[in-house]
Ligand binder design. Sequence first.
Ligand code: BG6
Length: 479
Amino acid sequence: MATEKSAVFIIFGGSGDLAHRKLYPALYNLYKTGDLKEHFAVIGTARRPWSDDYYRGTVVDSLKDIDDDEKAMEEFSKHFFYQSHDVTDSDHYIALKKLASKLDDQFQTGHNRVYYMAIAPRFFGTVAEHINSEGLKTDGFNRLVIEKPFGRSFDSACELNSSLTKTFSESEIYRMDHYLGKFMVQQLTRIRLKNRTFEKSLNNKYVSNVQVTLAESLGVEDRGGYYETAGVLRDMVQNHIMQIIGAVAMDEPAKLDSESIHEVKRDVFASLKDLKPEEVDKNFVRGQYGEDDTGSLKAYRDEDNVDPKSNIETFVAGKMMLDNDRWSGVPFYVRSGKRMPAKSSRIDIVYNDAVKELGINPNTTVTFLIEPENGNSILVNGVDYQEGNQDFLKFPEDPKYFSQEREAYENLMIDILDGNKIHFTLWDELQNAWKYVDVIRQQWDNETPDFPNYMSNTMGPDAASELLEKDGNSWIWDD
Ligand code: BG6
């Protein structure tokens, strides 16, 4: 049974794409499960002058693909209010404060507030500072949710963090990484805690290499402007890939709570083996997509809002190492790219022969399929572990457990409302991730790449395979 939660959500960027694609559907699903019922309200803010009715119409529209229960959608939308807002205008925060406290009373929300930054990152600091100076914080909980990117480098992330921490303490800041809300990423930790053999197998005695692949078949679509400032290194490696490595490589946490998990995760990021600028080219490969072989898909440089001479990478493959007793010597190969032959988010753990000792067949690969959604499962040597009767991965759980899936944003919204920070990125983790990525970025910015260097619908540049071949390894996912 769901426990009802209460809060006023203030969504900065309430008319935007993220709000409509992810946030409103997630809140609606929580409404349907009873996690949200009577005691919540949502204020959407943006510059355009919308009425409440118009705004509610857009909210209902955003739900059309997930439900046809018009009555429920209508009732749900009555919790939504719109406030036209210029993020730099103090008066607008005063109006927002009035509306929020009115809704606090009307919906009895216990003065709890979730401030959700679904706006351009350059405004994060400004909004947080105004929340402080205009006294929006209440005596209930006040949680600030920040979408990525959290900075563009170590220095800019520090700057952003100090502007936020003038108003919000680290415990009130929820840095979103939607990969941490994904079902299989969350299961990985649970399975590790439940299954002793699997947990025992995760170290340099038994693991030959770990591979994290976040491949996408789409190109940059309409996000060329943003992507030109990011590239796949900042867009996927600095956050999602790093966090997945944290989940695979962390030591066993004492408990499944936020403090214990972050304690062991923090150690993983601190033990990332330093990469020297002169080692970047040997360990990291970058690519940019060209057309496909029929010429029907555009090259990256021909996408909207992209510089026709752009040197931004849309593909990366790399080898990362950890300098600690558990993992030293084990390569963590990572890869992410746009316009690859298929969408596939997965973790492959490749064992060596020594695993025989644990009763696991030599040369086994355990794969966590994160997405596409219908592929949420674990494979052992390519076979679904449930069908393949793979004893070593059995864990004493109800089989229904794999069907209890919620969408990433729903999981994360519940965590925010519960004050549970397990699945959010903490500041010290982020600092180490940026320090690592900055070395690659700076090195790449010093050299002009020969782009485009892979065709759309292919596995990226050949150098991505060669990176593993020179260690005697190969990618497990190879379309
Ligand atoms: C986002 C990136 O964080 O993740 C996008 O900004 C990318 O560029 C997306 O497409 C991939 O997420 P998912 O959940 O579709 O694998």
